[in-house]
Design a protein around this ligand. Structure first.
Ligand SMILES: [Zn+2]
Length: 164
């Protein structure tokens, strides 16, 4: 299938204005004039949104409701853990996101659920796991990816810092 130059397809770099609503509450949105930029077809964004954007044109605006399995996955109650209170700083905020370092050096975010005496119950599920996501999206730009972007598997923006 032929695609227009301003149509979203594999290996296009896409600029999006978006608003993410969960249970009627806006949890994330792009700032005016500062769209989200991503490389299409490389799983840089959640599967349900990437699928909905396939074939869309610059100027297209739409709403997409995405179930957890096409979003951040289902919540896994086993994916919680009790950590020692002493491993935290004095101030712990319930609901706040903290970061643990894994043995391979990668950084894992988690959310503090409860503080019980000497232990802290934490949740390693993504904060939006199990949620139905409503995205209001407008396509504001589409271009071909550069060879470097394709090699890296993500989009580059002018304000991006140096990276591997
Ligand atoms: Zn890169």
């Amino acid at each position: 299938m032929n695609t227009a130059p301003d149509q979203i397809a594999q290996d296009k770099v896409v600029d999006l204005d978006y608003k993410l609503t969960v249970n009627g509450e806006v949890v994330d949105q792009s700032e005016p004039g500062e769209p989200l930029t991503y490389l299409h077809g490389h799983s840089n964004i959640i599967p349900g949104l990437e699928k909905a954007l396939e074939g869309k044109l610059v100027g297209d605006a739409f709403q997409e409701i995405i179930q957890p399995e096409d979003g951040y996955g289902e919540r896994d109650e086993a994916n919680t853990e009790e950590l020692a209170r002493e491993d935290f700083e004095d101030d712990i905020e319930i609901g706040e996101t903290y970061y643990a370092q894994a043995e391979d050096g990668s950084v894992i975010p988690f959310t503090v659920m409860e503080v019980n005496g000497d232990t802290v119950k934490v949740d390693f599920n993504p904060p939006l796991a199990g949620m139905v996501l409503t995205f209001d999206v407008k396509v504001v730009g589409v271009r071909d990816a550069t060879a470097e972007e394709l090699e890296h598997g993500h989009a580059h923006t002018p304000d991006m810092h140096e990276h591997e």
